[in-house]
Design a protein around this ligand. Structure first.
Ligand SMILES: [Zn+2]
Length: 60
């Protein structure tokens, strides 16, 4: 039985592969939503979180 398992590190920065940078880059979530809107006569808040490259800003 393995007892030497590392606890999941709590990382502040997430990493992902950016096709423009062609490497692993730190990524951040950005909100591309249009904010307050109305749908079918009811007010809504449109939120569209997307992971983006911190280096070039491209969506992953
Ligand atoms: Zn990039």
């Amino acid at each position: 039985m393995l007892v030497d398992c590392d606890p999941d590190p709590v990382e502040e920065a997430a990493y992902g592969y950016c096709r423009r940078c062609e490497c692993e880059v730190p990524i951040e979530e950005r909100d591309f939503g249009i904010g307050r809107d109305e749908a079918y006569g009811r007010p809504i808040v449109h939120v569209d979180m997307q992971w983006c490259c911190c280096e070039c800003g491209d969506q992953l």
